[in-house]
Ligand binder design. Structure first.
Ligand SMILES: Nc1nc2c(ncn2[C@@H]2O[C@H](COP(=O)(O)OP(=O)(O)OP(=O)(O)O)[C@@H](O)[C@H]2O)c(=O)[nH]1
Ligand SMILES: [Mg+2]
Length: 401
């Protein structure tokens, strides 16, 4: 795959998944600790905690139970780009939280302890990451110190983990053996056997350089989050570039509407005049009839994204959801009522088939109002959704067509 030079604007959201106690939280805490040692600011985060896992395990019950209960996102602002790592719980009981974390990520780190190997939640998390469309997986083989850095132990795991992704469209792209508590092979190679290849940071930077993280070849699309008023400036339209580039002078139109806008200026911190790239959150100064509302999608003139109230999707359901019951369907910056109009019993992809934990189904999703419909494969940020029933997340899905 083509590798681009590092882009300061590149953004990468990466979910850190794997079986309970295999070292996910410790891995993130160790990376934070090592980065702060070389001068990367960590804000108010607790990098000096007694246990590296406490960096993300901030709840008292997590620290006392030595177990992650809820997902936590940590952002690292590196010279090469912005990296968000999402820590999720490994325990089967918290699969709901894992699924929520996975729906927010584009890359996955699957943590597998060298001394235990593949365990039930390794399988569950691998399948769920693949379901959520996470195509590129970094395999972090943790606890290498527990197997005396045995190359054979690490290499035995690789094909077994690769097999978990067979036929899913996702694959392991890098293998990183680590011993996280003492920071071995996290940031620096010192103390790491020669056969190990790169560090965890090397693997993450390689992902930041992937075209997917900075792919600006798609049509320009901007998802509107809201409105911002700053002293001395007209009202600004905030949101995220979810495809192409958005720059001054560009003409955008509202998907499903008639309003057209011209981008006058882009506001961001620190200020820069060049076009905003996919994944960037910016405020646009627009000339147009009125400001577009939250949840609106703007696209380059000539774009052909349809607005539909019904679409085909694949969902992973955590609870049984009767057809026709109204649910909350959460899209990027927008939540709207929706129901499962009907389900197709067999999932043509058969990916999680008889997996047992989750109910995977092909469905027709019917929404109370129409919205831009972009298949997940074309625009992941606009092609995935989470389903809520009252206050419970009951599933996650991706638009097929
Ligand atoms: N020896 C050794 N111990 C490790 C390593 N990574 C993690 N541990 C230990 O393994 C235990 C579990 O680590 P956590 O980071 O909490 O594991 P987790 O995967 O986040 O666990 P859950 O969030 O509950 O799923 C802790 O006691 C860590 O200190 C490692 O590379 N080597
Ligand atoms: Mg944890």
């Amino acid at each position: 795959m083509v590798s681009l030079p590092p882009q300061p604007d590149a953004c990468l959201a990466c979910v850190v998944a794997g079986h309970v106690d295999h070292g996910k939280s410790t891995l993130i805490g160790s990376l934070a600790h090592e980065l702060s040692r070389v001068g990367i600011p960590m804000g108010a985060m607790d990098v000096g905690a007694a246990d590296p896992a406490f960096f993300t395990d901030r709840l008292q019950e997590e620290r006392e139970g030595r177990m992650t209960v809820d997902r936590a996102a940590v952002r690292f602002d590196l010279p090469e780009g912005h990296l968000t790592l999402i820590d999720v719980p490994g325990h089967a009981e918290f699969l709901r939280s894992m699924l929520t974390g996975a729906t927010q990520a584009t890359v996955g780190i699957l943590v597998v302890a060298a001394d235990e190997g593949i365990r039930p939640q390794t399988v569950a998390h691998a399948k769920l990451m693949a379901f959520c469309g996470i195509r590129r997986i970094i395999l972090a083989v943790s606890k290498m110190d527990c197997v005396d850095w045995s190359r054979e132990a690490c290499e035995r795991l690789c094909p077994q983990v690769g097999e978990l992704f067979a036929g899913t469209g996702s694959a392991v792209v890098t293998v990183v053996p680590v011993a996280a508590p003492d920071g071995t092979n996290i940031l620096e190679r010192s103390g790491t056997p020669a056969w190990c290849g790169g560090t965890l940071l090397d693997a993450l930077l390689a992902e930041l350089r992937q075209p997917a993280a900075v792919d600006a070849s798609q049509p320009a699309r901007f998802a509107v989050q809201g409105m911002l008023r700053l002293p001395g400036l007209p009202f600004l339209c905030t949101g995220r570039v979810v495809g192409g580039r958005v720059g001054p002078g560009d003409r955008l139109r509202e998907v499903g509407g008639t309003a057209a806008f011209e981008v006058k200026r882009i506001h961001r911190f620190p200020e820069r005049p060049d076009a905003a790239l996919p994944g960037e959150n910016v405020a646009l100064e627009l000339a147009g009839p009125s400001l577009p509302g939250r949840g609106t999608v703007l696209e380059a003139e000539g774009g052909e994204t349809p607005c539909l109230a019904e679409m085909r999707a694949r969902v992973a359901l955590l609870d049984s959801v009767p057809e026709e019951r109204w649910l909350g369907c959460q899209w990027l910056y927008q939540i709207m009522p929706a129901r499962i109009a009907h389900s197709t019993t067999s999932d043509s992809h058969g990916m999680l088939g008889d997996f047992g934990i989750l109910n995977i189904a092909g469905i027709v999703l019917s929404m109370a109002a129409s919205r831009p419909v972009i298949p997940f494969g074309e625009c992941p940020e606009l092609g995935r959704f989470v389903l809520w029933s009252e206050d419970r997340m009951v599933g996650a899905g991706i638009v097929v067509k």
